[in-house]
Design a protein around this ligand. Structure first.
Ligand SMILES: [Zn+2]
Length: 241
């Protein structure tokens, strides 16, 4: 092995890194940033964080530039000096939090604030969640979510409406009054009774399953947590809308 092998190899990596950084800096769409970023990861290896630092920095910097130049880029949160979080021209000061729990809390509040600004501006709950999930590490991905939303993706499901599912699982054995769990219930179109048959875990768009004791229909109703609480409060057992 030649004595200058190491040096030669590291010079090669430096040149390759510079090339990838240049490709990221000249990317003109979120998709171009993503493909330049993936090309760099494939080329430099995925698990060497010190090599990736300039790549990540260039990817984030170019993503922020595209957001700044994009008519809807203000939807992508930006965090800067004085712990200020910017969304659509409004500013929120993020607290410090004294320990890891406190930090989680202040960022939970920041998320609530930021997503409300996005949703005030017309973004769906689904899209605001996706934007929040990527803005800090991958701003170009957050911008791509907004472009996709504008093209008709990431729409919220219809809320508070029974949506019949393609699968049917046979009637359940459950009768009003004999039901130990005192499930919420409501009339089914077949003349039977639909019962609250459990819900998925989610925040703000919760899928609640209703099943009938006479027919084999399965319905999903997407509800907010407030509506779920109202449905399951014993004084409103019929799931009154
Ligand atoms: Zn039915």
């Amino acid at each position: 092995m030649p004595s200058n092998w190491r040096e030669g190899r590291s010079t090669g990596i430096k040149a390759a890194t510079a090339q990838h950084v240049a490709a990221l800096a000249s990317a003109s769409t979120p998709a171009e940033i993503e493909s330049a970023f993936q090309a760099a990861l494939n080329d430099l290896g995925r698990y060497r964080s010190s090599r990736h630092r300039p790549i990540h920095a260039a990817m984030v910097a170019r993503g922020l530039e595209l957001c700044a130049a994009h008519p809807r880029g203000g939807f992508v949160p930006r965090f800067g000096a004085g712990r200020r979080l910017h969304v659509r021209g409004e500013v929120y000061r993020v607290g410090r939090g004294q320990n890891s729990t406190g930090v989680r809390y202040v960022w939970a509040y920041a998320e609530r604030w930021a997503r409300a600004r996005m949703e005030d501006g017309g973004l769906s709950i689904t899209a605001s969640k996706r934007v929040w999930g990527s803005w800090s590490d991958y701003p170009h991905r957050a911008l791509r979510v907004i472009e996709e939303f504008d093209a008709g993706k990431h729409r919220d499901p219809v809320m508070n409406t029974l949506i019949r599912q393609p699968d049917s699982r046979g009637p359940i054995r459950c009768e009003i009054g004999e039901d130990q769990d005192r499930r919420a219930h409501r009339p089914c179109e077949c003349g039977g009774t639909l019962f609250d048959w459990g819900c998925g875990w989610s925040s703000r768009i919760i899928p609640l399953e209703w099943r009938c004791n006479r027919c084999s229909a399965v319905f999903i109703e997407y509800v907010s947590d407030e509506r779920l609480r109202a449905i399951r409060t014993p004084s409103h057992p019929a799931g009154a809308a």
